[in-house]
Design a protein around this ligand. Structure first.
Ligand code: ATP
Length: 342
């Protein structure tokens, strides 16, 4: 069996009193698209910098394909980094930028040219050889930065919020492309982001960070459907959290559970409750029409407010707004609740 691409053994990085990363154990598999997701300051970038060798752990070991690299300088590690600000050489052509790593390694010109062509094809910029970075759009520059890193065939590619500077549409397009490129080259990608949708779209697995620790590691579906903690439930998507008396009334069990807004169906008051469903009665307090779907804020009889999202398959804005201030019965499948830790 292949060694994991990256192993963290009780890795900590403290800056004075700040525990940027605190006793993290982690395994990233060979060929995986792995995302580190978390709010600002949760320790993602510090983890990435320690893998790259730009920063050293205060304690613990980092292994790259089984080899302890904790004390190796960046250039002796078989990893490359793509940054948000591209870090291209402005005075060099695109060909010069992408071929830079090979030039340093003294790869002959003809072979360099062949590989640069291959990379330009991979990132869908054929024929861009002679332009300068200033003559490219943000998305194109990011592709060049990617090509420049991939031409070295690193074992692991580190990406630090690489799409952060792009507008939403381009960002979404690049997410799909980046994932396709990763599949094609088969290199382990480690992607840092604070954007949960981005992490869900691209990753094979995600680690959710909070205050220098990992709260949960799992596939996008596991993280979304079975968040392990209230923090994960709240940070990844919107979640309704129900506990105590209300939870007991609904499920017969006072333990806290989460249910996603899109799993809840807004029914008429007194609608029959199917055996496979849970229900809760309340009043619709807010109706927010968002084109593709409508978001309802429903105040339960126990006082809690639940968020419900329904697609506007047949309804118009006029239809959905009529629900405001009306009593309603919420129904959701028993399969769609998830019990949570702290
Ligand atoms: P962001 O999404 O904002 O980049 P992050 O999750 O990547 O955040 P880190 O950059 O890893 O977070 O920072 C984690 C914590 O460590 C923060 O509290 C930060 O202020 C602190 N920190 C990071 N680098 C240093 C440093 N060189 N000196 C002191 N504190 C630092």
């Amino acid at each position: 069996m292949t060694n994991p691409a990256i192993q963290f053994e009780k890795i900590s990085r403290h800056f004075g009193d700040v525990k940027a990363v605190d006793e993290v154990d982690l395994e990233i598999r060979d060929g995986e698209f792995f995302s580190m997701l978390g709010p600002s300051g949760s320790g993602k970038t510090t983890c990435l910098r320690m893998i790259a060798g730009f920063d050293r752990p205060t304690s613990g070991r980092i292994l790259l394909y089984g080899q302890d690299v904790s004390d190796l300088p960046p250039f002796q590690r078989d990893v490359n980094t793509v940054f948000q600000d591209y870090a291209l050489f402005p005075h060099m052509t695109i060909e010069g930028n992408i071929g830079y790593g090979l030039m340093i390694k003294k790869v002959p010109v003809s072979e360099r040219k062949r590989q640069v062509d291959e990379m330009l094809d991979l990132v869908q910029l054929p024929g861009f050889h002679w332009r300068k970075p200033s003559q490219l759009s943000g998305g194109q520059r990011q592709r060049v930065a990617l090509a420049r890193a991939l031409i070295n065939h690193p074992k692991v590619l580190l990406l630090d919020e690489p799409l952060g500077a792009l507008d939403l549409k381009l960002r979404q397009q690049m997410q799909v492309e980046l994932k396709a490129i990763q599949k094609k080259v088969g290199i382990t990608f480690i992607f840092v982001t604070h954007d949960q949708e981005e992490a869900l779209t691209m990753s094979d697995r995600i680690a959710v960070f909070r205050d220098g620790k990992i709260e949960q590691i799992g596939t996008p579906a596991e993280i979304y459907e079975r968040p392990a903690t209230t923090f994960v439930a709240g940070f990844v998507g919107t979640s309704n959290l129900i506990s105590g008396e209300t939870a007991k009334r609904i499920t017969g069990d006072a333990r806290m559970f989460s249910v996603r807004p899109e799993k809840i169906h807004l029914a008429t008051a007194n609608e029959k409750i199917p055996a496979e469903m849970y229900s809760a009665d309340g009043v619709v307090r807010e109706v927010i029409y968002l084109g593709l779907y409508t978001r309802y804020m429903v105040e339960l009889d126990g006082g809690e407010t639940l968020v419900v999202i329904e697609q506007n398959l047949k309804s118009t804005s006029m239809d959905v707004l009529k629900a405001k201030d009306q009593p309603t019965r919420l129904l959701w499948s028993k399969d769609h609740i998830n019990h949570l830790g702290a």
